[in-house]
Design a protein around this ligand. Sequence first.
Ligand SMILES: Cc1cc2nc3c(=O)[nH]c(=O)nc-3n(C[C@H](O)[C@H](O)[C@H](O)COP(=O)(O)OP(=O)(O)OC[C@H]3O[C@@H](n4cnc5c(N)ncnc54)[C@H](O)[C@@H]3O)c2cc1C
Ligand code: FES
Ligand code: FES
Length: 1281
Amino acid sequence: MSAPLSLTINGKQYEVGEVSPNTHLLTFLHDNQLLGTHKTCYKGACGACTVVATLTDPDTLEKKTMTINSCLVPVLACVGWELTTIEGLGNKYDGYHVIQERLTQHSGTQCGYCSPGMVMNMYGLSQSKAEWTKEDVEQQLDGTVCRCTGYRPILDAFKSLTPQDIEDVHKTRCPTTGKACSGCCSNKPKGEGKKACGKSAGSPLKLKDSTWHQPSSLQELLDTLAGLPEGTKYTLVCGNTAQAVYEGGPYTEYIYTGNVPELSAVKLETEALVFGANVSITRLMEQLFLAAQTLGGFAYVSHLAETWKHLGNTSLRNLGSWGGNIATKVNHPDFTSDIFVGLVTAGATITTVSPDGSSDTHTLEELMEVDLVGQRRVILQVSLPPLPDDVFVRTIKVRPRTSTALADVSAGFKVRVDAATAHTVVDAPVIVYNGINSSFIRATATEAALAGKSLEDEMVLQAALSALATEVVPAIKPGETSPEYRLSLTQTLLYKMVLGVLGDSASTASKLSLRILKPGQWGKPVTKVEAPIQCSGEAEYVTKIPARPGELYGVFVTSTQANARLVSIDTTDALAIPGVVGFVGAEDIRGQNNMLAFAADWVPGSSQPVFASERVEYNGQPLGLLVATNRSAAYAGLEAVKVTYDDIQAPVITIDEALTKPLPPSQFPPVVIGDVAAGFAASTHVIEGAMRRGGQLHYQLETQITIVNPTDDGFEVHSATQWASETQRAIAQVLGVPDNQVHVSVKRLGGGFGGKIDQCNIVSTAAAVAAQKMRRPVRVQLDLSDNMRIVGGREPYLCTYKVGFDDAGKLQAVQAVLTADSGYKGVDVSSSSAVAAMPSCYACSNWELTPQFILTNTPVTTWCRTPGTVEGICFMENIMDHVAAELGLDPLELRQRNLLPDGGSRRLGKEIIQLRSRMAGCNVKDLPDEVTIPRNLISNMITQLLASADVEKRKAEVAQFNKDNLWKKRGLTVMPMLWPHSVPPVYPFSVLVAVNARDGSVSISHGGSEMGQGLNTKVAQVAAYELGIPMDTISFVPTSTHTNPNSSSTSGSLGSDTCSYCVGEACKILRARLDTYKQVAGLLDASWKEVVLSAFNAGVDISQRYVNGANETQGYAVFGVACSEVELDVLTGQFMILRTDILEDAGRSLSPLVDIGQIEGGFVMGQGLLTLEKIVFDAATGKNLSDSVWTYHTPMALDIPVDIRVTLLEDAPNPVGVQSSKVTSEPPVCLAYSAVMALRQAVTSARQDAGTTGWFQMDAPLTYESLQQLCLVDVSRLTLA
Ligand SMILES: Cc1cc2nc3c(=O)[nH]c(=O)nc-3n(C[C@H](O)[C@H](O)[C@H](O)COP(=O)(O)OP(=O)(O)OC[C@H]3O[C@@H](n4cnc5c(N)ncnc54)[C@H](O)[C@@H]3O)c2cc1C
Ligand code: FES
Ligand code: FES
């Protein structure tokens, strides 16, 4: 009998046991209670699940250590591996690892959900390399998403680490890994780590529905294939990463190839470089860089490897093989494989072997014709030929963001020219494109147009570009870039190649400057209270609450139509699937089919069904919940549910479409100040325009989740909610039970951003209905793509405007209509808040701003960090740019001429206050129209930033740069901002400060939700200050609807401020009581501990509640100024932000480190909104085509500004703020518009070169495609002149 299969985790051996080939390592870790490794995307695209693996190369028998995504690799493939998870580093009992400490110290964690993955990435880097550079650190984080921090503090934290720091943790070397000991083995039972954990290769494992083969030689692999009966559904498994791109299976035979030495062989020889099919992309690249340096004839291969740095991300490249990549391309010809482009360009050949042992050699083009699966052929190896040094080989990848993105178009060029004969192409050139359509590989007509011709000849270039226009026929790719853009890219990339070959003779070649991120700047370091446990994976989230006995898993049955009548839902087949327990739909709801508790107060009559019952309103709408004993059974059941519809109508998916419908938009009262008609009459210039801005999806790393457990007195609810009271009321309303039977508690959220204020009730009410019907605990957690498809995000917007101004650019009248797309119901509509914020820091006597919303067949859109205010402020900046362009004025000068004067008064958000009142579940009336701004800081702040960012000098440099460059452009602009922090008169939070008598430690429970914004830290700071005790004596108890009843939502930057205020007030009362007691008891010199124990023994209450009453906290203006400088590649539209300087007024900051983190994170979220994150709905079905990691692109670590400098305004105490502070989490999102303004300048310069001047509209998001189009890149301009 063979030894049980095992793997080693943190030095302890684990038996794999009976698992399916589809059980990923991540699931295995969680099943074994190793919960510190997080999960989000299950696609290798977020890095939350990163662990470090040490495994033996079957060819060299050398051990290699690397990061991998545990959500991709099957646990059966990990047999014999040594793994380190976050639990293997430090923890609160044994002390933290230096990497965890460093991340904590640099405030590199906010919600903390990405933190274990970040730490493991750095740990993996430190274990895989003896030395590393700052660039290595940046590259290592190319696959880890952080939605909160903006990455800078994480990068700074890790860049501060040296090999010495890691070595110093434990001076000894680990007997298991041979690397510097991380301490991971310290907890293992004696002797366990030394057990052999080698592979039990060779013996197939008969599993329940399939067989897992694990051949240990090529012959065994071929024999296995030969032995499979005709028609067997089999797959080869190497890294198993391609499943994330193209789901396949289920299969009956899984053949794991990772133990086959022949497939891992590497030969670097002068005749050829040969790599076995299993060689990972990382190793392939390392070896290519080595060969380029050491072997004649292979200098060119470094260019291939350089481009592959943009293939997926580091962990993906560590696990994924080049062979698996090429096989995926053969099996799915539409796959935009970067490996394929490189290998075709190089003229590589592939050897395949058939089960009878015969082998064939193919070019890559020939290989595309081979039926690998049908013929059961195995890719054995690739062979790269040497090329003369004068052959020009380049590959280029244009992608929607820097990393973890498939190519829009990639190109490969191999050209040999004779420089002495006017760069005549001497051999047959090779021109390869990927991303065009599923059959396009080589641009043969273009190759023919260049062969034997001079590249210096304009006619030749034009002939080649024309040939491309004829032979390149891009396919329509729904949700991706347009065929026109991709055709244009083939031409501009060819043009780049020609310029590159001609070298100095054409000085306009465009390539973005090298990006090496600069370190950030820091304020006074007070680290977040929960940062250490977040960095160690010990922090608890709802996701990590272990399943209770009998717990069920619910998945939504959702609509596949967007505007139709629901006829029937047939679950018969689904319920027959083992593990599926039941289904709940609208008919199972005992109370109201309305998941909103307080929304009706805001938009009259609004409600949102838990499950659709008659008509379906959007594609993705929940129709019911299928519950099963586990997640995979639930998903299997989902496949078998049949839904029928009739009266299927075309969906309305855009604002423009909705405005053409007979139903008028719903309007809120306009903001009217002065008389716009008079203003226009007094104006010497009147302009009109419109700006569109798309929405933004919620991409919380912890997706929407709720667990509902029926108890003897109601329902215990654990929900990732930003508003426990709303969730409590909504569940009670849906179940038809009193509120006191619903007990909601929330400890922390893995990201909220407004998406969990009320839309979290989509999952919480559905789970509750199922729990009530099944009488069992039910858990519902949305997969990331469902999170994007079912739950709405930020509203798309249209702003139409008319502006009057005088010759000096002074505003006379501003009239605008702001239309929000609220999805299929008007629930969380922010347009009245947008108009209230719109004036920003500008003065004008006459305003007429009308907020309205329209309905579309899309999910209900909802709050998203800075709702409304970011729209109002950005639209106003667009108007200011328009005015400046009209008058030919410098944009900053125009702004300065219109600044609100000191001591001026303006509306400070009456409408925002009304809207926010809803978030407290209250309605307020009779608010003043205008509020005087006590201290207008904006002019001084502009002056300060102009000096600190050296703006005048840099502006001159940018102008010179733009003169010198045709295809690269820069822009540098300054944006001022007034952000109205509008506080409703009633916005209660109920807090409890409880002192433990025996040791004086303090437990605080506030009504807010800690979700990364530093709420607990700020509260702890205030409490420590007011009670006069150290911060480490304070801890937090989860928010609960029992301890903190009727609390408001944690949103709009109100949560931290108000909870801090309430806790401060509670502490003041407590302190006063204890001070009185000290006097009476004669304990004036006693310690805190002595006082509280004595007071307790004397019958004094040493706990204190507090709820803020009406008008206890006030609103104020937050000022900010940002200067961004960008560089744009005109030919592709790709750009980077070279530098951003932000000066923000945080009052007297409560916690500078937290505030700077909030500002950077906010800016990067705004950058995503305005540039990268594009949502596309299918016009026919209303399906969200951007609901996957392949089509929706949040900023990654390498997208952020290369240099970001945040400074908090000094000496600016806020007279009405909590301890003189101001809020910081929302305003900086708006400042990201400074990058848009800078891009406008760059694009303006490109358009001037194209002969076009004057105003042009830039809608957002400004994707690379739209930027390239705005630059008027026309093929007729691609000349050598
Ligand atoms: C997050 C992410 C980002 C990505 N980004 C990019 C990108 O930017 N550019 C890009 O080009 N690719 C990208 N990919 C694809 C990635 O490169 C491939 O998934 C990977 O290279 C496949 O290798 P693997 O070892 O995991 O193959 P597996 O997933 O194990 O296998 C893939 C397929 O190849 C077959 N196969 C495996 N070995 C052989 C063999 N020896 N002979 C015949 N058939 C075989 C398998 O049967 C299977 O059908 C990305 C993937 C992910 C998950
Ligand atoms: S969960 Fe594994 S990479 Fe996202
Ligand atoms: S701290 Fe990175 S996702 Fe929240």
